[in-house]
Design a protein around this ligand. Structure first.
Ligand code: T3D
Length: 267
């Protein structure tokens, strides 16, 4: 499959088995208009189908990571009497979140700047978040009379509990990268000028690991947050059966016994 895709608002390139997907509407802080929805969905689906891709890196170009829904387009949609927000959200934002969570690959968000509204939800959908020291985060929704969507009502309480979640959602106040790290909302912070390189190296490291095992791990961990221990134990056993059938499993054990570094292929 192609290592690059020609898209209007999203850059897509594969290197070192990492699909780097960058939102590219810098003048609008990468806000979601319909073109971004379409292009991001296409890029994620392409990565999902490409067997050579073993990790996904999500970032934004310019000063923002993503400012959520484009409010200019939003005002136009509100002028259309037939426009239904619920249908729009299901077809666009929700589809993207489902795709990211369903990808059986590590997804790393490199948060290069402000993440607002659904843009923050997008970052929260990733498995690992690395923020630049200049990044900031705001729920933003309450400031325009909306409720948080695109998964924020699920992601945030999961990570920081209900009280801090509601504080952020009610006020719409921004938090900086340092606070996000202290609260466990990002995995690490790095200087802005090394973010791309650092995040890519991180993604490439995960891409060189046993992809199937990592994908099944992701599936088991997210499912475990919705079920009891008995169910989680049983599901782990079922997925372990699949992981144990991979060549990477054989290679990992063989390499350990032969006292050498394993060479995983993703199969
Ligand atoms: O119907 C549905 O789709 C429901 C679903 C909703 C999902 C949502 O995401 S709702 C939330 C939408 N997002 C927001 O409300 C955030 C709005 N933006 C802001 O609050 C601020 O811009 C930021 C906190 C993100 C950044 O602030 P600051 O001071 O660093 O930058 P700025 O000057 O406000 O913005 C820079 C430029 O980006 C500016 O353009 P200009 O004036 O230089 O030409 C600004 O208009 C543009 N921009 C920022 N956010 C958006 C945007 N343009 C369109 N839509 C945006 N969301």
């Amino acid at each position: 499959m192609a290592d690059t895709l020609e898209l209007e608002t999203v850059e897509y390139v594969v290197t070192d088995a990492v699909a780097s997907i960058a939102l590219n509407r810098p003048e609008k802080y990468n806000a979601f208009n319909m073109q971004v929805h379409q292009d991001l969905t296409k890029a994620l689906k392409h990565a999902e189908r490409d067997r050579s891709v073993r990790a996904v890196l999500l970032t934004g170009r310019g000063r923002g990571f993503c400012a959520g829904q484009d409010l200019t387009e939003f005002s136009m949609s509100r002028a259309d009497p037939d426009f239904r927000v619920d249908e729009h959200v299901r077809r666009t934002f929700n589809r993207i979140i489902h795709t990211i969570r369903g990808l059986e690959l590590p997804v790393i968000a490199a948060i290069n700047g402000v993440a607002a509204g659904a843009g923050w939800s997008l970052a929260l959908a990733a498995d690992i978040r690395i923020a630049s020291d200049g990044a900031s985060f705001t729920q933003a929704f309450s400031k325009i009379g909306l409720i948080p969507d695109t998964g924020s009502t699920w992601f945030l309480p999961e990570l920081i509990g209900t009280s801090r979640t509601l504080q952020l959602m009610f006020t719409g106040d921004a938090i900086d990268a340092k606070t996000a790290l202290e609260w466990g909302l990002v995995n690490e912070i790095v200087a802005a000028d090394v973010l791309d390189e650092h995040a890519h190296a991180y993604a490439a490291r995960l891409a060189a690991m046993p992809t199937r095992a990592l994908g099944l791990t992701k599936r088991a961990v997210y499912r475990a947050t919705t079920v009891g221990l008995d169910d989680a134990l049983e599901y782990e056993a079922q997925l372990q059966q699949h992981a144990a059938a991979t060549s990477d499993h054989v290679e990992g054990v063989t390499a350990f016994l032969e006292k050498r570094a394993a060479e995983f292929t993703g199969r």
